[in-house]
Design a protein around this ligand. Structure first.
Ligand code: SF4
Length: 307
């Protein structure tokens, strides 16, 4: 019986060979497990992954993330085969809004522009004016020609954005179950354990957590902060995959997870076995019906022009 390291090594070699054979690019979100990050061609946040998908030269994109991310890759690169290794890797935040419920909100606020966080389905993006990620939300809000903005679907990101603009932000009632598992007690505990360590959190955390933190930003912003701050210990208040990435890139610092609840089960559904199987079978494919894709493309393309 092989131990896990030997088995992973064999699987990783098989994936690299299949990648060549199938002309595939492997994209992985920062929240993916270590074994996945290590075999990926690119590891990044939603914005960076969208950029990589849009300019991919390979015929196949293996998206190691969740469903809405693979959809976005297909929306931007419809001539590619986009694979999601586990088709059940969804996002509870994205599931809080549908085309029907957004349409009703648009009718309630006819003068509002719709800014849609990328953590949403293709059909929701298709009836939005522009998409955003947590790394470019402020540029999008400041750039859009509207004073009233219906910001969907993350209420905590909407609250954070509202703190930095005079425009009226109308939030949706959605939230990320993973980032909601951070409580003030976690902040108090790490302050006691690591008094010199700054606390960096994602704006998907609750407003009271954001208010208690030393730094707030997207996963990429948190990574850059953790790398460049003078402190040798940093508390990370986003999904634990970010610590994996930091530990590989910054060996002279220590990173601690703010809450043990910061593990997204959907992000952890991808593993070397299902990546290998996806490359062998070229399944499960993610596609979007063309009329929806064409409209969603406009919202995503507009977002990509903001940075
Ligand atoms: Fe969705 Fe939150 Fe998981 Fe991201 S971390 S995929 S927003 S549930």
């Amino acid at each position: 019986m092989l131990n896990i390291t030997e088995r992973n090594k064999i699987l990783a070699e098989k994936i690299l060979s299949l990648k060549e054979e199938k002309d595939a690019l492997i994209l992985a979100h920062n929240y993916q497990a270590e074994e996945v990050q290590l075999i990926a061609d690119y590891v990044g946040d939603s914005f960076g992954l969208s950029q990589q998908a849009a300019k991919a030269k390979e015929q196949v994109i293996v998206f190691c993330g969740v469903h809405f991310m693979a959809e976005s890759a297909y929306i931007l690169a419809p001539d590619k085969t986009v694979l999601l290794p586990d088709k059940n890797a969804g996002c509870p935040l994205a599931d809080t809004i549908t085309e029907v419920s957004l349409q009703a909100a648009k009718e309630k606020y006819p003068g509002a522009a719709v800014v849609c966080y990328v953590n949403s389905s293709a059909s929701v993006k298709a009836i939005s004016d522009v998409c955003c990620t947590s790394s470019n939300a402020m540029q999008v809000i400041n750039g859009i020609d509207a004073q009233q903005i219906l910001f969907v679907p993350d209420k905590n990101l909407a609250h954070w954005v509202q703190q930095h603009t005079t425009k009226e932000i109308i939030p949706w009632e959605g939230a990320c179950v993973t980032h909601q598992r951070v409580y003030p007690e976690h902040i108090k505990k790490v302050r006691e354990l690591y008094p010199a360590a700054p606390i960096a959190v994602h704006p998907e955390c609750e407003p009271e957590i954001v208010a208690m933190a030393d730094f707030v930003g997207s996963t990429t912003a948190i990574i850059n902060f953790a790398k460049t701050c003078p402190e040798k210990e940093v508390i990370i208040g986003t999904e634990m995959g970010v610590i994996t990435k930091l530990q590989h890139e910054v060996s002279h610092k220590n990173f601690y997870l703010l809450s043990q609840g910061l593990i997204c089960p959907n992000m952890k559904k991808t593993n070397l076995q299902n990546i290998c199987a996806a490359l062998e079978s070229l399944e499960p494919k993610i596609t979007v019906p063309e009329p929806i894709r064409a409209k969603a493309y406009l919202a995503l393309e507009k977002m990509l022009s903001y940075k």
